[in-house]
Design a protein around this ligand. Structure first.
Ligand code: ZN
Length: 575
């Protein structure tokens, strides 16, 4: 809801609560059987048009705006608001010439240019013409592209520029079925018109668009025909019915469900939301089928001349198609599609679409190459398969990632294992149990057993018990306290340095050191870890976090851990 709508809503609530103003409280049925008037504004949009729209909205009055094309683009949002709020827009030429002085081709150009701008705001439909100065001839009428709408009440507002004079003209000359001529480029016209509306509403007048006036008087407007009024000659149809709730159909397409909305009520405009919020005329206007990519609540409502209709409210469930099963052997990836799915793939790292190659038989992939696979069904997923240097198939380690090589080595050497079927979880945080386990696996003692650890928070027979036992026996870990190892705590960067440095000392590994500048946050490094951090840093095993910062208390991801341990392993081997 826009701010002005909120203000209006608040004002209307106050008015209704007090209940003293009959204009607002008048039941709609009384008005529909009563008198009709079409108030029209030419030459806009202008500086006072938004103010006029506020006033019309507050009064529940509809109007018709005959717009000058060359004024539209600078105030397009105002024109869109007219449409959104149920007013009628029409053609008042592009540059306001007397059309009877122009050639047929020039008339056509004047009217077509504006019509194209009206379509932008109001969609493809027939737009009525009000020729400038009301001046028309056979050439103008044959180029009109819609009915020619003149007027029966001329307020002469452009001449008087006086709100009282405008008001008096409106209330004195309007009769049931009048079309009233005004210009919303004058503040005085806007003031006079709004006061006139208040008075005429008290007299039982309903303010409708020109189209609605003609319809309710049983008139079907014809292109090129001139209308000046629609007096009550015995035909007085009721107001349009409130719109029925929109209905929807779905179709499975690549990327999700394609939704088509429709409304059984003719001339209804549909607005919708997919985020659960209540739809209104400021929501997305439905202009054609759209695709929902995930489960969503679809709410839609149609508006007609009668206002807001009933609402559609439905939750559309989209279940992702299961990923295929995949295996790798001899340079080929073999996929087995889940039931009801179709697989497309690319082998060049581009994102596959349903235009890509369709999977029929095992695909040859280069070592270290991404294979992208998608399943198409109710909805789709893209699975990125990567083959490591050693033939492990992974779906969460892109071939281009900085840790791709390290992950392949870490898995191949048994230092780290995957976290699930074809998963490595590179962004997962490394715990103290995970780090010491990885180190144990890469140590020469991985097959040996040691006395049970004395930490009370390390139970017997967990996956990390042997590793903690080894590390404690070798003096590589000391625990957070004498009795606590805190196996589930995230390892910090300074802890990693300390543990790794002790590991190297225990096994007699050393690497050449290069003096490097101190970290800006060196003071944050714990006293017990300072030497270890310096050593690991100067041996090139661990780097800063960028900007000269070490971030000693930050954690480490599995990808970082793999890189660190693999780097150490490879460097030790080449020393
Ligand atoms: Zn004009």
């Amino acid at each position: 809801m826009k701010n002005y709508q909120k203000v209006i809503a608040v004002l209307m609530c106050c008015v209704l609560a007090v209940g003293l103003i009959p204009v607002m409280a008048a039941p709609a049925t009384q008005a529909t059987s009563g008198k009709l008037v079409a108030i029209t504004f030419d030459d806009g949009p202008g500086a006072y048009t938004e103010q006029l729209l506020d006033g019309l909205a507050a009064r529940g009055a509809k109007a018709t705006f005959f717009l000058v094309g060359n004024r539209i683009s600078s105030r397009l949002s105002t024109v869109q608001r007219m449409v959104r709020e149920g007013h009628q827009i029409g053609n008042h030429s592009y540059s306001h010439p007397d059309l009877t002085t122009l050639s047929s081709a020039s008339v056509s150009t004047e009217l077509t240019r504006t019509r194209q701008l009206l379509v932008q705001a109001g969609g493809s439909q027939t737009y009525a013409l009000r020729p400038p100065y009301g001046s028309h001839n056979a050439t103008v009428r044959s180029n009109a592209g819609g009915p020619v709408i003149l007027w029966s009440v001329d307020t002469l507002d452009w001449q008087s520029r006086n709100a009282n004079a405008v008001y008096n003209k409106i209330i004195n000359e309007t009769r049931d079925g009048s079309i009233v001529l005004l210009h919303d480029i004058y503040s005085t016209s806007v003031q006079g018109a709004l006061r006139g509306i208040d008075t005429l509403k008290q007299q039982g007048y309903e303010f409708v668009t020109v189209n609605e006036l003609l319809r309710r008087r049983g008139i079907t407007p014809q292109n090129g025909q001139v209308y000046t009024c629609a007096y009550n000659k015995g035909i007085n149809l009721p107001a349009a019915d409130a719109a029925k709730a929109p209905t929807y159909t779905t179709k499975n397409v690549f990327g999700g469900k394609q939704i088509t909305l429709s409304c059984a009520t003719q001339g209804a405009t549909i607005y919708y939301t997919t985020d659960g919020s209540a739809p209104d005329e400021s929501s997305t206007r439905y202009r054609g089928a759209f695709v929902l990519g995930q489960t969503a609540r679809l709410r839609a409502v149609a508006y007609t001349a009668a206002g807001r209709g009933a609402e559609l409210d439905v939750t559309l469930t989209l279940s992702k198609s299961p990923a295929p099963t995949a295996s790798y052997a001899n340079g080929m990836i073999t996929l087995t599609a889940a039931k009801g799915t179709v697989l497309y793939y690319t082998t060049d790292t581009t994102v596959p679409t349903d235009k890509s190659a369709c999977y029929k038989s095992p695909v040859k992939v280069n070592k270290r190459l991404n294979v992208l696979v998608t399943a198409s069904g109710m909805a789709d997923r893209i699975v990125n398969y990567t083959v490591t240097k050693y033939g492990d198939l992974l779906t969460d380690v892109p071939a281009g990632a900085w840790y791709y090589e390290a992950v392949g080595e870490a898995m191949h050497r048994g230092i780290m294992k995957g976290t699930g079927k074809q998963l490595f979880d590179p962004e997962g945080q490394v715990t103290r149990a995970m780090f010491v386990t990885a180190l144990y696996r890469m140590s020469p003692d991985a097959d040996n057993t040691f006395a049970a650890p004395t930490f009370t928070d390390v139970p017997k027979n967990t996956w990390y018990t042997d590793a903690v036992a080894w590390a404690q026996a070798k003096g590589i870990v000391k625990g957070m306290t004498k009795t606590q190892y805190q196996p589930d705590g995230d390892i910090t960067r300074e802890q990693m340095c300390a543990i790794l440095h002790r590991y190297m000392k225990v096994y007699g590994h050393t690497l050449p050191r290069t003096k490097r500048p101190a970290f800006k946050d060196a003071a944050d490094i714990a006293g017990w870890a300072k030497k270890d951090v310096s050593a690991m840093y100067e041996m090139g095993l661990i780097n800063g976090m960028g900007g000269g910062v070490f971030a000693p208390a930050a954690g480490a991801t599995r990808a970082q851990c793999a890189k660190l341990l693999v780097d150490l392993t490879l460097k030790i081997e080449t020393v």
